[in-house]
Design a protein around this ligand. Structure first.
Ligand SMILES: [Zn+2]
Length: 92
C-alpha cells in the first residue's frame, strides 16, 4: 500500500524588539538611505508543520523594515559604536 503524507517544513522566524530606548529608533539605513533601522532580537528555526524544531539563528540584528536590510551585532558595545557613527552622519 502506498501512503502519501506531505511533510510541510520550512523556516519560521520570530523578531522581537531589542529595547524601548528612543535613541535606538530611526537609525540610518545604508541600503535605502531612510532613518528607519531598529535593533531587534531575531530567532530562526527549522520548522515542521509550523512547529519550531531546530534553531538556526539566535541573535541580535539591525533591521530596516523598508528594504529588509539586516546586519548582526553581538552586544551593547557594538550597538553603541553604530549609534556613535550615526551621530556623525546626522551632524553632516
Ligand atoms: Zn533600508
Amino acid at each position: 500500500m502506498f501512503l502519501f503524507l506531505p511533510i510541510l517544513c520550512g523556516i519560521s522566524h520570530f523578531d522581537k524588539e531589542y529595547d524601548q530606548t528612543p535613541a535606538h529608533n530611526n537609525i540610518y539605513c545604508p541600503n535605502c538611505h531612510n532613518f528607519s533601522v531598529r535593533p531587534i532580537k531575531r530567532r530562526e528555526f527549522f520548522a515542521v508543520y509550523w512547529v519550531p524544531i531546530v534553531p538556526l539563528y539566535w541573535g541580535k540584528q539591525l533591521h530596516c523594515p523598508i528594504c529588509n536590510w539586516r546586519q548582526d551585532f553581538k552586544n551593547q558595545a557594538e550597538l553603541d559604536k553604530v549609534l556613535t557613527e550615526q551621530n556623525n552622519i546626522k551632524r553632516n
